[in-house]
Design a protein around this ligand. Sequence first.
Ligand code: GLN
Length: 216
Amino acid sequence: AVKIGVLALQGAFIEHIHVLGRIENVTAVQIRTPAEVNDPTLDALIIPGGESTTMGLVAERSGIVEPLRLWAHQGVKPVWGTCAGMILLANSALQMKIGGQPLLGGLDVCVDRNHFGAQLQSFEMPVSIPVLGEEPFQAVFIRAPVIVSHKPNVTVIAKLEKKNADDEHERIIAARQSNLLATAFHPELTGDSRFHRYFVEMVRTSKLARQQTASS
Ligand code: GLN
């Protein structure tokens, strides 16, 4: 079994806990304190969607920023950021107001916050996500960011068409960099648990690798 912590300071954390609860051999716990982040029995972490500035401020007040930053940068145990969580994991952002720099970092991407603007705050659409199989995934976007550029160590999992053919920016909505996973949309708000199962597989694989290293 694996134990997955969901950062529960602000935003859509309960929804992640509910989806994880439907997957066999997964324990999901809410994380609010540095001690909870540092729990050695925790196998992975999810940073949910919400409002990244608010989440960052609450995190700072809770003294949880440094332990989270360590997690994200060590890359030993998987971390998945959805929406605001993706912004917090990004190494840079086009419209970042938290002291001018990203709060956690670790993921070698640049994100554009609120990419779809005020006119189109929330929408959903089926997107093709090859790692989840042929069936399109219904992606829910809520004041969503997109990844506009990334380093070569980042694997693109899903992207939208460019707005114009000559647009210099990519519009990546899901990406992975070894143990870091990021989605611009909210898989926890759909009945489809395929994205959570994909993450749980990452968590199982990484746990197995850690156990093998420890016993060799
Ligand atoms: N626009 C939000 C932010 O900048 C993210 C929205 C979301 O997580 N649904 O933090």
